[in-house]
Design a protein around this ligand. Structure first.
Ligand code: ADP
Ligand code: MG
Length: 595
């Protein structure tokens, strides 16, 4: 027994509702709830998952509504052409707004969407062609062959097909190659650009895609709304509704697909009730419900910050059969592997690199080389410049001066995405996992550059064969580091030691020619350190090349072929572990520091 048949039955019942003798009023309410849910689903993706706030979704619905209204009433074209035109116009507008604002820091997008929402409202309200504030009347119903979606009971089917279809598509997207990157971006939940970029993904592109998808969903909602009402005017597309959509998303549970429907339904139903009761209480008319919503929003944020759907879904989960766990098909064909350089060939050549942070020179003229199959250690007291060197080599920070060559290619100044593509993968001193994703999904993030499926394939579900291969690869890497048992655990539930191992598995999943590990042993307990040393020994035996930054000398001594020692940003010495251990200069550096 699993949950799938139940979900399908519930969806079928919902779609068949107008065929049953339910009152017209219910159908009308559900039509609005479906239309709102479509818009809010976009916000779930954009704001809940991506951490990008938009007040302008109502304006995108307006674009969809006005495009079809103009085409069908003034030009006499088909509503389906109206849909195509609305989506095309929305796409262009979302791309322009997104490109202008998404490269800037977080708050430019919300500001831009507020301006955009206000501007559109006054623009359509003042255009003669669009009927000014009276809008356009007499839109034709949507037809399909001889069938007309004229009545509320008929357009209900279209609305809910669109809403449920969008819910399935967004759910699939979140569980896909681009979706994993999107889930890693949310800075409100400890994410950011550094890790996805180091896995080879463009964070700007993924933000733009989220913004466009959200805008298109709103546009479809606007199209349906226009043909349900058979008229349009500016008021439902103004900033008040822009805020209300965001309110629905937060109330329902931002970041969850179920939350979009919960929020839309609660707000719609509450609004109707309040519109009846509040004027009786306060006397006269007015938008009193806005005041109540404001108070409710504050209470929700204070007492149920995750929204109402997550607790509701946990309550339901205890009463329903468990969802079928998606198993990993270990017989899925392997992802393509790169051809690795033969042992002994020059892999990394770092020449006189330098990094200045204002007046502080954190890395001063550092040079070293790594040959394929080497394990090189980079050591030095705290603050010596090891992590900075690492960030320079991996492209996370731009160099002030110097050259880096990876496999014969100059990579300095190329950014971490290009360097990842060239065959370098890394872990972070401060672990960067996505805590609310499973261990397996986190490791699958590392397969980004070895897979191709994009957003459309994910939403349509045509990426499943490739996904199976990525998941199989992730499990293989987890087995390699001895964590296969925890594949389905949430990454945030693991202790620090295993989390560091998961980061190594994620880096390995990209099939690197060179692996950079930044303080993998930091904060680990003795046993965890030993387990890590075993894993690294095994990787060495498999011929992988490693650059290992460590503070802990003993740990490095047993593993490395050669060691580069830094102090105060400068090169102190390079030699075998025995030479380094015997060096008085190194001993002095470590004794002089905080040891
Ligand atoms: P290590 O990893 O060897 O402990 P780091 O490379 O982290 O050392 O730091 C080297 C020096 O550079 C330190 O003095 C540190 O305070 C400074 N530093 C590191 N990152 C930055 C930054 N982003 N801005 C300014 N100073 C920095
Ligand atoms: Mg460091």
């Amino acid at each position: 027994m699993n949950r799938r048949p139940l979900s399908i039955a519930a969806a079928a019942l919902l779609l068949a509702l107008p065929l049953l003798p339910v009152p017209d009023f219910w159908i009308t309410q559900l039509n609005y709830i479906g239309l709102f849910s479509l818009v809010v689903l976009g916000l779930v993706l954009l704001t809940g998952v991506g951490g990008l706030t938009s007040f302008g979704q109502a304006a995108f619905a307006g674009v969809g509504a006005y495009a079809t209204a103009y085409l069908t009433t003034v030009l006499g074209l088909s509503p389906w052409l109206g849909l195509a035109a609305g989506l095309a116009l929305t796409l262009v507008l979302a791309l322009v707004i997104g490109m202008l604002t998404l490269r800037m820091s977080g708050h430019y997008l919300p500001l831009a969407t507020i301006c955009w929402c206000l501007a559109l409202y006054y623009l359509v309200g003042n255009l003669d062609e669009l009927g000014k504030y009276d809008g356009l009347l007499g839109l034709p119903p949507i037809t399909l062959g001889d069938f007309s979606f004229q009545s509320e009971r008929r357009i209900y089917g279209l609305i809910w097909l669109a809403a449920l279809g969008a819910a399935v598509a967004v759910t699939r997207l979140l569980d896909s190659r681009p979706g994993r990157i999107m889930r890693a971006l949310n800075t409100n939940r400890g994410g950011g650009a550094t890790m996805p970029e180091a896995m080879g993904a463009s964070t700007f592109r993924h933000k733009l895609v989220m913004f466009v998808v959200a805008a298109l969903l709103a546009s479809v909602s606007g199209w349906l709304y226009a043909h349900m009402q058979r008229s349009v005017n500016p008021s439902p597309f103004g900033i008040k509704f822009g805020i209300e959509y965001l309110f629905m998303a937060v109330l329902g549970g931002i970041g969850t697909v179920g939350g979009a429907f919960t929020g839309a339904a609660l707000v719609k139903l509450a609004e109707d009730q309040l519109k009846v009761w509040l004027p009786l209480v306060f006397g006269g008319s007015g938008n009193y419900e806005i005041i109540v919503f404001g108070i409710v929003l504050v209470l929700v944020l204070r007492f149920a910050p995750e929204g109402l759907w997550p607790p509701l879904s946990r309550w339901l989960a205890r009463r329903l059969p468990a969802p079928a766990r998606r198993l990993v098909d270990e017989h899925a064909p392997r992802l393509s592997a790169r051809s690795h350089p033969a042992r002994g060939t020059a892999l990394l050549d770092v020449r006189s690199i330098r990094k200045q942070f204002g007046g502080l020179t954190a890395v001063d003229d550092i040079s070293f080389t790594i040959r394929a199959g080497d394990i090189v250690g980079l050591i030095g007291p705290n603050g010596a410049g090891k992590s900075t060197t690492f960030n320079l080599v991996s492209g996370v920070l731009p160099l002030t001066r110097g050259e880096v060559e990876l496999l014969g290619q100059r990579v300095d100044g190329r950014g971490s995405r290009a360097i990842a593509r060239a065959g370098l993968s890394r872990t972070f001193q401060h672990v960067k996992l996505v805590p609310d994703m499973t261990v397996l999904e986190n490791v699958a993030l590392g397969c980004y550059l070895r897979t191709r499926s994009g957003t459309l394939a994910a939403m349509l579900g045509t990426d499943r064969a490739e996904e199976a291969r990525a998941r199989a690869e992730a499990l293989r890497q987890l087995r390699r580091i001895g964590l296969a048992d925890q594949a389905f655990e949430l990454a945030g539930n693991l202790a620090l030691g295993p989390q560091r191992l998961v980061e190594i598995a994620r880096a390995l999943a990209s099939d690197p020619s060179l692996l950079l590990l930044d303080e993998p042993a930091a904060g680990l307990r003795h046993q965890e350190k030993q387990a890590l040393a075993e894993v690294l020994k095994q990787l060495k035996a498999e011929g992988l090349s490693l650059l290992l930054v460590e503070h802990d000398m003993d740990f490095v001594m047993k593993l490395t072929d050669r060691i580069v020692v830094m102090e105060f940003g400068r090169w102190l010495m390079e030699g075998t572990p025995a030479e380094v251990q015997a060096s008085p200069a190194v001993r002095a550096a470590y004794l002089g520091a905080d040891e």
